[in-house]
Design a protein around this ligand. Structure first.
Ligand SMILES: [Zn+2]
Length: 248
């Protein structure tokens, strides 16, 4: 007898501002765009920050050309789900390193946008089973949780605190989509189509992957439907929740 998958708890939606920090254009669209569409539809503000421009992501396209193509695709896919601000930090795709320089960049973004919630992608070693995660995702996720704490400490990266920039310790939780250790989820039934349309904006990237007969809707349904079963909805997006207060 196989155990039923564990139920997922509803995510807290009592917040106003979210900052999504991910390694690559397309990361949000492969895991969380339908959830973003739900939240912007509720009147919340969601901002995207791309640590790289995904310029090393298309085998047949030189990074100098690819960078602009992928940034444009990301801006369009963000607009589809109600996100008007997309920042690109311009760090090198494929070779990101976890460490103080990355934390410094990310802390500055957190201090600038002052979010209640920060969203990133799965930064566990695997996607579950033996399917290994990618190095940039792991570096960014680890950097995000540390930078959220750094942002609140005025003695860490104090050179950033000029021209009215203040420490920001208001991030209550970091959420990681796509995590094999997800504990929470949000109902995406009504915004699932927007999530599909958002992913479809990455046409140059998807073409570059060369997956034959690959269908974005079918792919996203393959995750959203079983996640929905665990939440008690048709579709859902799952997140691992990291409380950022001390003692939580
Ligand atoms: Zn990625």
């Amino acid at each position: 007898m196989v155990d039923a998958p564990a139920p997922l708890q509803p995510l807290d939606e009592d917040w106003q501002r979210a900052l999504c920090i991910v390694a690559h254009p397309d990361d949000m669209e492969f895991g969380a765009a339908a959830a973003v569409a739900r939240w912007t539809g509720q009147g919340k503000t969601v901002v995207y920050c791309m640590v790289t421009s995904g310029e090393a992501g298309i085998d047949g396209m030189h990074p100098d050309e690819c960078r602009a193509v992928r940034e444009a695709e990301e801006v369009r896919s963000a607009q589809v789900v109600g996100v008007d601000v997309v920042e690109f930090l311009g760090l090198p795709d494929g070779i990101l390193e976890y460490g103080v320089p990355l934390r410094r960049e990310l802390a500055a973004v957190v201090r600038k946008h002052r979010p209640d919630v920060v969203i990133t992608g799965n930064f566990r070693d695997t996607w579950g089973g033996r399917s290994l995660n990618q190095a940039d995702h792991i570096a960014v996720g680890r950097g995000v949780v540390d930078a959220v704490r750094d942002a609140g400490n005025r003695w860490v990266f104090p050179e950033q605190l000029t021209d009215g920039v203040e420490p920001w310790g208001g991030v209550r939780e970091v959420w990681a989509f796509g995590s094999p250790e997800a504990t929470h989820a949000v109902d995406t039934t009504d915004t699932f189509d927007a999530g599909v349309a958002s992913l479809e904006e990455h046409s140059a990237y998807i073409e570059g992957l060369g997956w034959e007969n690959w269908d974005p809707r079918e792919f996203l349904e393959g995750f959203a439907r079983p996640t929905g079963s665990r939440l008690g909805t048709t579709f859902a997006a799952a997140f691992e929740v990291f409380p950022m207060g001390w003692g939580d």
